[in-house]
Design a protein around this ligand. Sequence first.
Ligand code: SF4
Length: 166
Amino acid sequence: MDDITIGGTLIWYYYACPREAWLMGHNIVPDQENDNVVVGRYIGENSYQREKKEIVVGGSKIDVIHMEDGQMVIGEIKKSSKYRQSARMQLAFYLRELKARGIEAKGELRFPKEKIREEVVLDEAVEVELDKAQREILRILYLETPPVPKKISFCKNCAYSEYCWC
Ligand code: SF4
């Protein structure tokens, strides 16, 4: 496989399902017309339109929501809080990408349909967890075949389901 760049989306997939991370990391594109992909994309593109601006850092696109006391606040907007840990780690990964380039930022998760907001902080424990996740993602991506599918609650909303459960 080509050189691997781990981006925030891959972090999200890893926490949701390692098989999905492998499929995505091998450039196998999920069904773009899947209802959940369409709704997720719509919410991401159309929520907080007036506030956010997008920046590209490394392999990641990051939404900048606003500046607060001179500090950048970045956000991740999700359809549902059901996979909150995936979203937290994705946002923490973005905070670390910025920190590595000398930019201290704050993170804010947003779930507009549920009217929930949550601050995400990049502390030492989270950095250790991210290191572990990145090592594990590399291990998974270098597998010649994807991890076997395991039925989880996310499968019913997963755009890759035809690769697992025909
Ligand atoms: S359908 Fe289930 S097992 Fe297959 S990639 Fe999606 S979440 Fe993972």
